[in-house]
Design a protein around this ligand. Sequence first.
Ligand code: PRP
Ligand code: 7HP
Length: 176
Amino acid sequence: MERKLDVLIDARTISNRVAELGREISRDYQGRHPLLVGVLKGAVVFLSDLMRSLTVPVEIDFMAVSSYGYSTTSSGVVRILKDLEKSLEGKDVLIVEDIVDTGLTLNYLRENLASRKPNSLKVVTLLDKPERRRVEFTADYCGFVIPDYFVVGYGLDYNEKYRHLPDLCILKGEEE
Ligand code: PRP
Ligand code: 7HP
């Protein structure tokens, strides 16, 4: 099957929006030192840009969870593959995610991290695909709401490919 990439959101538009999110988050966390929790692997590009747009000091940590395997349809199963290094007790935690699709991953992660007694817990996602939701989930900060396309680039993959693309692209032809 021939694959085709159409740009949905170009690198400059992403960069401008990430800078805006950075300003908003910096205002909201003034005087605090939030812990950014990146969800591997898709969020690494977004997290690395977002943290450099913040004017408050941050720490970072990462989790890896699995819900998809190598399929583009959600199995509904969330498993922790890599956990955080330190306790969240008393910390201001901001989960950084690349995309909310069915909502299963973040719904699970938010509950899981809330049970570790952080001082506050919020979620920032670069992308939100509300048409695909299977459980109710609303992020505290969102870069772009997008239609139900399978997208790659800026950290997002299909079978581990395309994460390096600077633009966010619609992948056609390979997901069938
Ligand atoms: C993607 C994405 C989110 C999750 C969102 O991760 O990064 O973590 O799926 O989907 P959901 O809202 O339907 O749960 P994926 O499992 O593809 O792993 P990756 O980040 O390593 O690419
Ligand atoms: C996961 C995911 N990964 C890449 N592109 C998408 O559109 C996706 N939705 N959920």
